[in-house]
Design a protein around this ligand. Sequence first.
Ligand code: SF4
Length: 120
Amino acid sequence: MKKEMTCIVCPIGCQMTVEEKADGTYDVTGNTCKRGPKYAVAEMTNPTRVIPTTVVIRNAMLPRLPVKTAEPIPKGKIFEAMEAINKVSIDAPVKTGDVVIKDLLGLGIDVVSTRTMDKC
Ligand code: SF4
């Protein structure tokens, strides 16, 4: 199987071609650096994404707190993850890096705050 993809590891965005060989390994062309093939093979075998989103926060200067998954999660779990994250609301104060959801969906990955918000 052959697939065209854009590397999203850095802003250059190399256009790569990934081809699965008979032995189950992959040939990657079009990359400028060696991070490209690593990303390409991960996309072919287990695509993952960091989810940046927000949760409701009470008693803060803004109504929503920016959060993200501390690590990339499997793409197939994104919908389920958003449902779980959307159910959460927390109280200020919160610091950047604080865990907002521990062990999201049992994936062993936390959702963390990406902003400090004081109580007001
Ligand atoms: S292959 Fe390297 S240079 Fe090209 S977009 Fe990916 S990380 Fe950037």
